[in-house]
Design a binder for this molecule. Structure first.
Ligand code: FE2
Length: 222
């Protein structure tokens, strides 16, 4: 995706970019699907992952018929010939689908049941953000920082390299941030701290609350 590839990165640019992305996300129904096959691109810019995933499973109908979260939870059972492609591209597809979902116009603070869980499990919103940002800074190279949510509502912080996801451990993701990939990092690696901090301004807490409720109901997928 390209929205971070600003010639000159500033916080204002970042937020403007994310707001534009989020606005597009809200009009997802207007977007054409990009790739033929069982996995569909939610609106934005991770088409390569979807195309490559569909290519990987096209001769594996049993895999192609599985929900993505089940595929990722059973990577070890995937045919060896496609396992790495499924890991990287299925993970990338799942991670970015979640990522686009949870960003949007600023929606204030966490709301609903998730607030109590943040306090109980992660020490409150400020500590959550501080720990999350610190974890993101410790990721070497490409990767993600996540907050996972268990079926009983318990939250936990973890990181994964590359396009790996807690879905690969059978967990569910409440929210997550992509700490790499974007071209500007190659030039402005020291800006990751700024990025991580600014990102919280575009988290759509209403959507996070919906994901939390879905996780507790057992209906959260990717
Ligand atoms: Fe990304």
């Amino acid at each position: 995706m390209s929205f971070y590839t600003f010639a000159s990165f500033t916080r204002r640019d970042f937020l403007a970019g994310c707001t534009a992305i989020a606005t597009v996300a809200l009009t997802r129904n207007a977007h054409a699907q990009a790739a033929a096959g069982p996995f569909k691109l939610e609106p934005l810019h991770h088409a390569a992952y979807v195309t490559n995933l569909n290519n990987a499973v096209k001769d594996h109908s049993a895999v192609a018929s599985m929900p993505l979260q089940d595929i990722l939870a059973k990577l070890g059972e995937m045919p060896e010939a496609i396992r790495t492609a499924v890991r990287n591209n299925g993970g990338g597809h799942a991670n970015h689908t979640m990522f686009w979902q949870i960003m949007g116009p600023a929606s204030g603070q966490p709301q609903g049941d998730v607030v109590a869980a943040i306090t109980r499990n992660l020490g409150g919103l400020q500590k959550l953000q501080d720990d999350f940002n610190a974890a993101g800074l410790r990721v070497f190279g490409s990767g993600w920082v996540f907050i996972t949510v268990a079926r009983d509502g318990k939250l936990a912080l973890e990181t994964k390299p590359n396009q790996d996801t807690p879905l690969m451990d059978g967990k569910r993701v409440l929210l997550g941030n992509d700490v790499w990939e974007h071209a500007y990092y190659l030039t402005y690696q020291n800006r990751r701290a700024d990025y991580l901090k600014a990102w919280w301004n575009v988290v759509n807490w209403a959507k996070v609350g919906e994901r939390y409720a879905a996780a507790k109901a057992g209906t959260l997928t990717i």
